[in-house]
Write a protein that binds this ligand. Structure first.
Ligand code: SF4
Ligand code: SF4
Length: 276
């Protein structure tokens, strides 16, 4: 079973939920897909066992062969290649590595070369098999790295920590999972972003439920919205000074407050019932 933990915005407690779920599960694979800022490792403290570089193929134009016909620029959906005067230029930061320009070029003037996106790292923390994607600094293309990192999923229970927001990397992270946990906080901002995230998971037809983190800091808008929309609230994690202190020290909640283990075990049990 693949469970993805997502949130409409950063800083809601997504990492807290993902890491504590993996620790409560007994045996699980935890995959950090928040490749621009992977920080699950800060909490589960894995022993790293290996890594590999992930490349994306990007086009390079042989200006000698190129006739500046512009076909490559016409087929590129992402404006990543353009004919400027008598030069055909490529923009790797916009390229999605689809290969269409090379396929379409009548002069066979385009070759595809590997462009490093980042790393996939592997590790072990107790019974957790850990995988994380790490995007190179300054590299804008998170989605292809997330796609490659997801391919490492294996085992009976896989918990994936998605990037925050509702853009392409998040959609790639949620796509194909069995269940999505949307983590939010009980504030007007939390509610706004939750509504956007609900739109995404509904479009993707992935079953989902909500975890309200820092319960008690704001209003009851999130609860009211979930009730009106028939969305299950899986749990409410209270605003608690000891939880905040544990987080600031990189200590998982269930280590700092062992009585919270049951909360995360309960989430997993409930998801199993829903997905069954
Ligand atoms: S399709 Fe080929 S020949 Fe035409 S502009 Fe692009 S690279 Fe040059
Ligand atoms: S590989 Fe795809 S995205 Fe990249 S420049 Fe070519 S057509 Fe555009």
């Amino acid at each position: 079973m693949k469970i993805v933990v997502a949130s409409g915005k950063g800083g809601t407690g997504k990492t807290t939920v993902a890491t504590n779920l993996a620790m409560a599960a007994g045996r699980a694979q935890l995959i950090d897909l928040d490749v621009e800022e992977p920080n699950d490792a800060l909490f589960i403290k894995p022993e790293y066992t290996g890594e590999k570089t992930v490349n994306m193929l990007v086009p390079v134009v042989d200006q000698e062969k190129c006739t500046n016909c512009g076909i490559c620029a016409q087929v590129c959906e992402f404006n990543a290649i353009a004919v400027l005067g008598n030069k055909t230029m490529t923009f790797h930061e916009l390229c999605h590595g689809c290969g269409l320009c090379a396929y379409a070029c009548p002069e066979k003037a385009i070759t595809e070369v590997p462009h490093p996106l980042g790393l996939i790292r592997y590790g072990k923390a107790g019974q957790i098999d850990f995988v994380e994607g790490v995007l190179n600094i300054g590299e804008p293309m998170a989605t292809p790295l997330i796609r490659e990192t997801k391919k490492e999923a294996k085992g009976e229970l896989i918990i994936m920590d998605a990037p925050p927001g509702t853009s392409c990397p998040v959609i790639e992270s949620i796509h194909g999972s069995d269940f999505c946990i949307l983590v939010t906080e009980p504030t007007p901002f939390g509610l706004w972003d939750l509504k956007l995230a609900v739109g995404v998971v509904r479009d993707l037809k992935v079953p989902f439920g909500v975890v309200i983190n820092r319960y008690g800091i704001g209003d009851n808008g999130v609860e009211k919205y979930c009730e009106e929309e028939g969305i299950e609230i899986l749990t409410k994690i209270p605003m608690d000074r000891s939880i905040a202190e544990a987080y600031s020290k990189g200590v998982p909640i269930i280590e700092a407050l062992p009585e919270m283990r049951g909360v995360f075990e309960g989430i997993l049990e409930r998801i199993k019932e829903i997905v069954r």
